[in-house]
Design a protein. Structure first.
Length: 75
């Protein structure tokens, strides 16, 4: 386990960057031209980012960006 000290401004920047990445991933998951294997990788990346996001975001923001896997189940 690692510890990390960040300022409030750095915390907000981390939240902003992760939210932008979430938006990109969610948009790409809706794209039917992208192969299902690639989408599975994107979902795995989303999960890693979400775990990081949970450490810096409010519960309300976490709920807003929670991935509904049933919509993206491509197996």
């Amino acid at each position: 386990m690692l510890g990390l000290l960040v300022t409030d401004m750095e915390k907000r920047e981390i939240e902003y960057l992760i939210k932008r990445e979430f938006e990109e991933i969610l948009l790409d998951l809706e794209d039917h031209r992208i192969d299902d294997v690639i989408k599975e990788s994107m979902i795995e990346r989303y999960k890693v980012l979400f775990n990081l996001f949970r450490k810096v975001a409010t519960e309300e923001d976490c709920l807003k960006y929670m991935l509904q896997e049933r919509n993206y189940n491509h197996r």
